[in-house]
Design a protein. Structure first.
Length: 347
């Protein structure tokens, strides 16, 4: 509870000290309306945020084939702080100190560190003691883990209904059956987790609403021209809205933000389009991809960080920095080589 109160206090403090405009290009060069502009430094700072999507996603996949006690919790703690440090190093002294974003990353990183450390300790002793054939409670835990990941791809984590998950545990899962000791051990562990997370989410949501304006779920993008908007067979339709057709033929549009941005940006790249500006930025942008092969993309980019996927031997994550003007070529090259584009960090 003390951790929750401190987190809310820090989130509220952000309103007085945030420097959210760090890294924005000079106003005379920006095509995006004011409300769609985000600092260039945020393409780096959103990576540790998204690691806390990638990590639960890896956990959800892992639970479908192995018990929770075998998950590398401390390895993921190390990878989070390593990623934060790598992004800070990559930014160097090019931007003003974005106090609000650093506080937010520190809060969520500390919260996750505490959660994973407690889970590691509990699962290593009690969880492992009762392990065996999966029970309905184990299956529910795996389902909730994946449902949570699907939710946070587009929505803040604190909006997830952990109390509904608790209700599923107690009302949709039989109270009796084979391996009764494991069933009730899982009920204790999962009930504790969902109750604590549900209460923590309420506090963080209140602090966030007090300290931040609601984010716009769109990213403004300046394209050289309007591309062919016909979607390839089997692909979802391009979610593009035109804001402005400019005298030089360029077109200012909006694409969905967060996870959907990568799919829409990739579809634009496949159509032959390039990018001039994204969220008011014409400098650098960060992407990440997954591969089991050496990285040999024939494009100008910088590898900011490389991490192994700890539960999938041989698979690695590469975090790349490239110019906004080169992003479309990078996406086309990733597609051509059959690599997995994990995310485009659209500030």
């Amino acid at each position: 509870m003390l951790r929750s109160i401190c987190s809310v206090f820090l989130l509220c403090l952000v309103t007085m000290l945030t420097t959210a405009d760090a890294g924005v290009a000079p106003a005379t060069e920006i095509a995006a309306p004011e409300e769609h502009r985000r600092g260039e430094d945020q393409t780096y700072l959103t990576y540790p945020e998204w690691f806390l999507v990638f990590s639960p996603a890896e956990y959800a996949r892992f639970l479908n084939r192995a018990p929770a006690s075998e998950f590398p919790y401390f390895g993921h703690i190390d990878q989070f702080w390593e990623s934060y440090g790598a992004m800070v190093d990559a930014m160097g002294d090019r931007y003003g100190f974005n106090f609000g974003y650093h506080v937010m990353v520190f809060v969520i990183g500390t919260s996750t560190t505490v959660e994973y450390a407690l889970k590691a300790g509990y699962e290593a002793v009690f969880g492992r003691w009762f392990e065996g054939e999966p029970t309905p409670e184990d299956e529910l835990a795996a389902w909730v883990a994946q449902d949570y990941v699907d939710f946070i791809l587009t929505t803040p984590w604190y909006e997830y209904d952990f109390f509904a998950a608790l209700g599923r545990l107690w009302f949709d899962t039989p109270l009796t059956g084979p391996r009764l000791a494991r069933k009730w051990e899982r009920r204790f562990a999962l009930s504790t987790e969902y109750l604590v997370k549900g209460g923590y989410a309420i506090l963080i949501k209140a602090g966030t609403q007090a300290g931040y304006e609601a984010p716009i779920p769109l990213t403004a993008v300046l394209l050289p021209a309007l591309p062919d908007l016909v979607s390839p067979e089997g692909a979802p339709p391009l979610e593009l809205q035109i804001i402005d057709r400019r005298a030089d033929g360029s077109v200012l549009v909006t694409l969905p933000r967060y996870d959907a941005f990568k799919d829409n940006a990739s579809q634009l790249a496949r159509s032959g389009s390039d990018f001039i500006e994204i969220a008011g930025n014409r400098g650098v942008i960060v992407t990440s991809l997954l591969t089991e092969s050496p990285l040999t993309l024939p494009l100008p980019y910088t590898v900011l960080m490389e991490q192994p996927i700890l539960t999938e031997p041989g698979r690695r994550r590469f975090v790349l920095e490239t110019r906004v003007a080169d992003l479309a070529n990078l996406l086309r090259s990733i597609d051509a080589q059959g690599l997995v584009l994990e995310h485009v960090y659209d500030y």
